[in-house]
Design a protein around this ligand. Sequence first.
Ligand code: ADP
Ligand code: MG
Length: 253
Amino acid sequence: MTESKREERAILVKMEDVHLAFGQTQVLKGIDLEVRKGDAVSIIGPSGSGKSTILRCINGLVTPQRGSITVGQTAVHELKSEAERIPLRKRIGIVFQQYNLFPHLSVLENIVIAPVRIQGVGRPEAERHARELLARVRLSDKEHAYPGELSGGQQQRVAIARALAMRPELVLFDEVTSALDPETVGEVLAVIRELVADGLTSILVTHEMRFAEEISDEVLFTEGGRIVERGSPASLFHNSSNPRIHSFINGLG
Ligand code: ADP
Ligand code: MG
């Protein structure tokens, strides 16, 4: 959450009336969403409600049958081929539940490989940036370690540094703490909290309700392929009249 007034910041992501089906199954049924530069927008909601699919639409991994998606000046829904989607994907970082680090590469190598090979960044500059990012995720002492030597929380922090190494305009976090041991969840959330405070534009799918409440500019509640409620954390978590949201937030499903 950055300090400047939200409505004064430029719109980075806009989805309008997005409908998406896999075969006969309608998964998104009219999604509208707006993310401004510096925003942290959280998506909460039950499993299968379409949260991951919304993220996949934004970086062009799936294409809706109806509606529009823009990221900056790019009309994502109009991109026709994987080749056309490559520049978009370079602008968007993604961190998943499964961190999928390269097991045979050191922590530092995991972070520099994409900037060097995909963006053509010089090796000294890529390493300098990687070390800066390792400091931000509090893993400066692990640059020579291999993923298998790290805890889940440490590996997830490397995955976050790896995403940031591409200098993305936007980072999508899809349930990044859901597979972690409870004792390492906090260290990952602490890193994301700091990145958001520093102005990283992000969309977060999360089951960490307190965290979403604390860091979000806006929270969206999805159910059955629709955003059934949206608003400030306070309005959603404390002033919602929707019983579904109450029971979801209170862990009753
Ligand atoms: P969430 O992230 O909220 O758990 P998803 O966006 O992953 O939900 O999935 C929404 C719905 O779409 C689910 O019913 C899921 O089974 C279905 N779905 C997701 N991806 C595919 C796919 N590639 N093919 C068919 N159905 C899919
Ligand atoms: Mg999901």
